[in-house]
Write a protein that binds this ligand. Sequence first.
Ligand SMILES: [Zn+2]
Length: 87
Amino acid sequence: MGTYLIAAVAAAIIYRIGREVVGSFRHPEDEELLDYWNDITKTEDRSAYRQISEHLATCEQCRDRLDELRKRPGGPGTHSPLISRRY
Ligand SMILES: [Zn+2]
């Protein structure tokens, strides 16, 4: 049991360090882009938020992807217009 715990903690630390280093170089998943757009990442994980910001600043592909996700029916981009059109 103790060994498993140490292994799990070590894996979590390696995962975090790896994510810090690799984070801004890999493309975020759709889900991560949506969380980012909805300010979920901003409140829950500041370092991930910074990484995605940096990534989007340099990656046109992911900016286009985020635009696409926002325009999707039921996506966050359609949320506000629906509210303002209700009346
Ligand atoms: Zn990208």
